[in-house]
Design a protein around this ligand. Sequence first.
Ligand code: SF4
Length: 148
Amino acid sequence: MKTKIIVSACLLGENCKYNGGNNKCDDVIALAEKFEIIPVCPECFGGLPIPRVPSEIKDGRVYSKTGEDLTEAFLSGAEQTLYIAKEANAPCAVLKENSPSCGFGKIYDGTFSGNKIDGNGITAQLLYDNEIQIFGESQVKRLINLYE
Ligand code: SF4
C-alpha cells in the first residue's frame, strides 16, 4: 500500500489559486507513482471563493489586499486540512511555497510588495505543529530520497 501524502491542490493543476489559476508542477504530479496523493486547498476549505483577493500574513493575522481580516477562514481551512491529514495518517505534506496558507520557511511579508520574510503559512504551521513533515515543491527530490 502506498503512503498517503497531503499535497496543495494548486500544485496538481487545480484552478484553486486566488486568481483562478494554478501552480501545476510536474515533479509534484509525478509523486503519484510512489505515493497516494490527497489534494487539499485550505483557503477553499475555509470558504474563500475562486477567484479571490490575494491575502498575506501581517503580525500573525491574515489580511486580504483590500484590508479584510480573513484569519478565521484561514484557521478553519487549516483545521480541516489537519483533520484530513490525521485521518489519512499522512507523515508529510507537499505544500506550495510562499503562500499565506501553504508556505513553509518563507512567506510574503504582508505588504503585498513581493518581499519575503521568514515564516510559515497558517496551514503549514498547524501541520508542522502536529508532527507532519512539510516539503515545498522545490524539495520533491529530498522527499523521494527519504522514502527510497
Ligand atoms: Fe494552493 Fe494552498 Fe493557496 Fe490553495 S491555499 S491555492 S492549495 S497555495
